[in-house]
Write a protein that binds this ligand. Structure first.
Ligand code: F6R
Length: 655
């Protein structure tokens, strides 16, 4: 097998690592290891003590263990389990509790003795938490210690709920949850105010005492923290980094979560690419040139032979002859990503020598005007992620449709709906029954301070967002008969239940696509969305396209992914960069302003408290600065897109 030499790798990676193409393959491999342990212990008539985690990461593992129990006779009769953590305070019957999670995903489906399953108790009185915690440690000890500990990793680098700052010697205890962790969990609890502030968690020391530890991580949104934990220093700021000091640990990750590691991001630092089975193809070359330019703080065309030599990029000089040639090749690649005509140029306005369709590639690249479909997971993602490009596409005369995949009702506060209801009540326009219903809702809000979580309230909240869409679409020039409100049902899963796509979601996407037959599809490729809605929306698109792939129009269509409010593509990933003028930036701002209910919605802001328009502007200005620093023209702002690469993005999204 080719790859970087172990010696070279260990300069960067301080923990043994297995990278699988998909999270299912990875989960199956971990399940096999656990099953082998359980069976070996059965043969010796001994128990196997498992340390278990909750969250989205181990779902595939538990599903595989349940399958092995049903189909391969794997018995859990000799298994004792200890879960890492539990929210505090919380009742075990609460669907968001980790006890409930474990019952639902594993314990209720295998033959483990209920008395052998341990989860910290979220119901003990605060005064008894310390005693409960040390009792938990005693029980682990009495069981003989943990044989196999499963871990996920939080975006703060936490293992269990050992948030940044947790010392290496920490044991089971009550902890305050980090703000980012609470915001990640807020979607499940119906908002940050309802999200628990505390948890009881096994400590770092408790975890490190396990005989074998496997940390699993899936998806692009984990890539940076995985790199920090594996390649960074050992520090209490990233408690997963303590695992570097364990002598029987392994990180098991999928390709997306491994994406930021040196071996993938800058593999030339690990030795010659040929020795690693890699090529200096155009993409790798562009990545290296951008990396070098940014590291040396020099425009691409100013890089010298010395710059390449000193950074270990001699290969590029050998292949191209000189820095001058490499620079030019890299510069043109970057330049060709830029176009002010994201749907291709109107042939009537093409001048001799113009490249009218660059960087479009499909058979329909030269078609003008095009049918274009913009997919917006939430009602404001279109304008936040690509509002400037949307306006351009409309202005250029394309037939632009925008489809809003979910209603966005979950992000409308009771107060925002209350305002709309009071307006209708006081205006007196509502008739009889409706008027009474509205009056009652207004009263409930006034008396109780909140609205009930009924389907009707949910529907009304969705309607509030629909009105905001209509205003924003007017700013962008999209006619209302080209707006499609899909209201995909997966979004309405009850709180605590796992959201998943169903046939109704898929068929709705299929009907939309075959109705429009778009030449270009723009979709949100922002998989960092903490609530997973974007991921599911992209998956719905993927499934629909897979289903429709025999339809003629799909062979001529192209898919471009934009990033949402949370992050931007890095310069080396961008295939299409659309420059915006200062006026276009202002217009986009006006469109984002139409989404009034989303102002100050900290729930959906991740770690960043700025409002969406600020983040959108900052992101697109910074991208323009990045291009400029690389030596390209100086624009006010830019929006960026990546060409659809189904294998990279969709092979196995963690659902
Ligand atoms: C859960 C736990 C946490 C999670 C981590 C990742 O028992 O201890 O450390 O493993 O927060 O969560 P997911 O898997 O949901 O990304």
């Amino acid at each position: 097998m080719t790859g970087p030499s172990t010696a070279n790798l260990s300069r960067f990676e301080h923990v043994p690592l297995a990278v699988f193409q998909t999270s299912s393959e990875a989960s199956r491999s971990v399940a096999r290891e656990i099953a082998a342990l359980i069976r070996a212990r059965q043969a010796e008539k001994r128990t196997a003590v498992l340390g278990l985690a909750t969250g989205s990461t181990p779902l595939g593992l538990y599903a595989e263990l349940v399958r092995m129990h049903r189909e391969e006779g794997l018995s859990f009769a000799n298994v004792i389990s200890f879960n890492l953590d539990e929210y505090f305070p919380i009742q075990p019957s609460n669907p968001r509790s980790y006890r409930h999670f474990m019952q639902a995903h594993l314990f209720d489906h295998v033959d483990i003795a209920p008395a052998n399953t341990h989860v910290p108790d979220g119901t003990v009185p605060l005064a008894s938490v310390d005693a409960h915690s040390s009792d938990y440690e005693d029980r682990i000890r009495q069981a003989g210690g943990i044989d196999f500990q499963i871990l996920g990793i939080g975006r703060t680098g936490h293992i269990g709920f050992n948030e940044p700052g947790s010392p290496k010697r920490s044991r089971t205890r009550i902890v305050t949850l980090d703000a980012l962790t609470r915001r990640d969990a807020a979607g499940d609890f119906g908002g940050e105010p309802n999200t628990p502030r505390y948890a009881i968690t096994a400590g770092v020391r408790t975890i490190l005492e396990s005989r074998r530890i496997v940390l699993m991580a899936w998806g692009q949104h984990k890539a940076e923290i995985v790199r920090t934990a594996i390649e960074g220093p050992v520090t209490p700021q990233v408690t997963a980094s303590f695992l570097q000091e364990h002598d029987h640990v392994q990180f098991v990750v999928d390709r997306a979560a491994a994406g930021a590691l040196t071996r993938y991001r800058t593999p030339w630092l690990l030795g010659a690419l040929v020795d690693q089975g890699l090529d200096w193809d155009a993409a790798m070359m562009r990545r290296a040139i951008i990396w070098l330019s940014q590291m040396r703080k020099k425009a691409v065309l100013k890089l010298t032979d010395d710059d390449y030599n000193e950074a270990g990029l001699q290969d590029l000089l050998r292949i191209h002859g000189s820095a001058y040639e490499v620079n030019l090749a890299g510069f043109y690649q970057l330049q060709h990503t830029i176009t002010g005509w994201p749907g291709g140029k109107d042939p009537r306005r093409t001048r001799p020598g113009d490249a009218p369709v660059r960087p479009l590639r499909s058979r329909s690249a030269g078609v003008f005007p095009k049918r274009i479909l913009v997919l917006s997971p939430h009602p404001d993602d279109d304008v936040i992620g690509m509002g400037g490009t949307l306006c351009r596409l409309v202005e250029h005369g394309h037939e632009v449709h925008v489809a809003y995949q979910v209603s966005g009702a979950n992000a409308v506060s009771d107060d925002a709906l209350g305002r709309a209801l009071r307006f209708v009540r006081d205006s007196g326009v509502a008739q009889d029954a409706d008027s009474l219903k509205i009056k009652n809702l207004c009263e409930t809000l006034e008396v109780q301070g909140s609205l009930p979580e009924t389907d009707e309230v949910h529907r009304l909240k969705g309607l509030v967002r629909r009105q905001e869409v209509l205003s924003a679409a007017r700013v962008c020039g999209v006619p209302s008969d080209r707006l499609h409100f899909l209201d995909l049902p997966f979004y309405h899963a009850s709180p605590g239940a796992r959201r998943q796509l169903g046939e109704a979601d898929r068929s709705s996407m299929r009907a939309l696509l075959s109705g429009i037959k778009p030449h270009l599809i723009f979709a949100a490729g922002d998989l960092d969305d903490p609530h997973g809605t974007h991921r599911l929306c992209l998956h719905a698109l993927h499934d629909a396209l897979a289903n429709l792939r025999n339809e003629e129009w799909t062979k001529e269509s192209e898919l471009w992914l934009y990033r949402g409010a949370w992050s931007e593509w890095s310069a080396d990933e961008i295939d299409l960069a659309v420059p915006l003028s200062p006026q276009e930036v202002l217009r986009r701002r006006r469109a984002i302003f139409c989404h009034e209910t989303q102002k100050d919605m900290a729930l959906f802001l991740g770690d960043d408290r700025r409002e969406f328009w600020q983040r959108s502007e900052d992101r697109s200005r910074r991208l323009a600065e990045t291009y400029n620093a690389l030596g390209l023209a100086e624009y006010e702002a830019m929006e960026a897109f990546k060409r659809y690469a189904p294998d990279e993005f969709l092979r196995d999204l963690p659902l």
